[in-house]
Ligand binder design. Structure first.
Ligand code: ATP
Ligand code: MG
Length: 421
């Protein structure tokens, strides 16, 4: 258990105490605001998750206290998006977001409000996107405060935009993508008026910042419900706005079969292959830019596409060394899961074979008997031939044609002599 330093107000910075759970820390923050006479509620996702008997990822607090009043209570408070009244409080080893009740002004550009006004709890509930996200809980009594019919919708399994769905989607087009995320994650039916508004504003998602889209998209792909979200994205025509292309061809067998825990790059590769139908896609296409992938993500994404193609098309014709080289790649496990999702028999075959390769001649990725340093010590000069020689020596090792370091070094010297003559 980590020890944290705290100031006398209980925020981190002085004497040592144990870390609090996220809920304990949020209760402590809300309690301290309430002690000073402010209204302080748990807000949004954490209330929804608790009602669904899920463990909330984090706790947000909405309060009647102004940013100044929040700072007077917590010396550790750090303003983020000051104009929105949002503060971060460090307490018990946790960071809790505390935001003043606010309503939002006109959305002039479909992306962000022109200004915000500090206001009542009810107005703060009504500025939120969906009724299930518009709930408050008074942590002192456990009572849910519901201005937007969120509890009834949650009980009915319904995703519904608060107030006028058309206006809410028009105000902030990211909400169209969030609709897919929440409907998928909680297996919700979508209110028809809300769905019509999502479809209407779907083409405008392209105007939303790539960063915001990327964050929502990753949250969607990191969850086991990713293929349901992807189906909704395609059905509602949101794919052009988030992937930079629109060409779905049918069922998402790979994306739905990759397994609950799947790295982001693998989910992307599975979905891209599902969308490509019979033509294997070359490279990451427009997705790289559309989703602002890091170089690492893009490399893993393309390497997965290539490995799946190799498993599907050329595994049987490959040499033992080529199979071992493929199986040694960091993206191989994910690639095999994707190939197996589309063709389970083939997946089983390849998996069994990789197991046997792991037990043969030092496994799939043994340390090479001959390194570049060894070749240089033997008088070789780095260049294309040098690389070729190293590769062929390693292949011989993977194939079991040479089984000791000595043998490999003899072979290396004789090859070098051949080249020189
Ligand atoms: P998660 O558990 O995935 O974090 P969440 O409901 O907490 O879900 P967040 O994106 O963290 O979702 O946002 C917190 C809360 O802020 C939401 O529950 C919702 O009330 C409100 N909110 C967030 N984004 C928007 C938006 N674009 N428009 C309106 N309200 C929003
Ligand atoms: Mg959240």
């Amino acid at each position: 258990m980590a020890l944290v330093r705290r100031t006398p107000d209980g925020a981190d910075g002085g004497g040592a105490r144990r870390d609090l759970s996220p809920r304990e820390a949020a209760c402590a923050v809300a309690g301290r605001l309430a002690d000073r006479g402010h209204v302080a509620y748990f807000a949004g996702g954490c209330v929804r998750d608790a009602l669904l008997k899920l463990e909330p990822a984090d706790y947000d607090i909405a309060t009647s206290a102004t940013p100044e009043e929040i700072r007077a209570v917590f010396r550790s408070s750090r303003g983020v998006g000051e104009s929105f009244g949002v503060n971060l409080i460090r307490l018990g080893g946790r960071t809790i977001e505390v935001a003043t009740f606010r309503s939002e002004g006109e959305y002039t550009d479909g992306r962000r409000p022109s200004h915000v006004t500090f206001s009542s709890a009810e107005a703060d509930a009504r500025r939120r996107d969906f009724s299930i996200n518009g709930l408050f809980e008074d942590p002192r009594t456990g009572k849910v405060i519901d201005f937007v019919g969120g509890q009834a919708d949650l009980a009915a399994g319904l995703l519904r935009a608060i107030d006028d769905p058309d206006r809410r989607m028009q105000e902030d087009r990211l909400r169209t993508l969030r609709a897919a995320r929440f409907a998928a994650r909680f297996s919700l039916k979508v209110d028809p008026v809300t769905e019509a508004a999502v479809v209407k504003y779907a083409p405008d998602l392209a105007g939303v910042s790539r960063e915001r889209v990327g964050v929502e998209f990753r949250r969607m792909m990191d969850h086991p419900s990713r293929s349901v979200a992807a189906e909704l994205i395609e059905r509602w025509g949101l794919d052009a706005g988030c992937l930079g292309e629109s060409n779905s061809t049918g069922p998402l067998v790979r994306l739905s079969g990759v397994g609950e825990v799947t790295p982001f790059f693998a989910a992307l590769a599975a979905w891209r292959l599902d969308r490509a139908g019979r033509t294997p896609p070359a490279g990451s296409g427009a997705w790289h830019r559309a989703l602002m992938l890091s170089n690492r993500e893009r490399d893993d994404f393309t390497s997965t596409l290539e490995s799946v193609a190799a498993i599907d098309a050329s595994w049987d014709a490959s040499t033992v060394s080529a199979r071992k080289r493929l199986a040694a790649q960091s993206t191989f496990a994910a690639s095999l899961a994707i190939a197996a999702a589309a063709n389970p028999d083939r997946g089983r075959e390849v998996r069994a074979e990789v197991e046997s390769l792991e037990g043969s001649h030092g496994g799939v990725a043994p340390d090479p008997f001959v390194t570049g340093h060894d070749l240089i010590a033997m008088g070789a000069v780095p260049g294309p031939l040098f690389k070729e020689l190293l590769d062929s020596l390693y292949d011989a090792q993977l194939e079991g044609q040479v089984v000791t370091r000595e043998e490999a070094h003899i072979r290396a010297r004789s090859r070098l002599a051949d080249v020189k003559n």
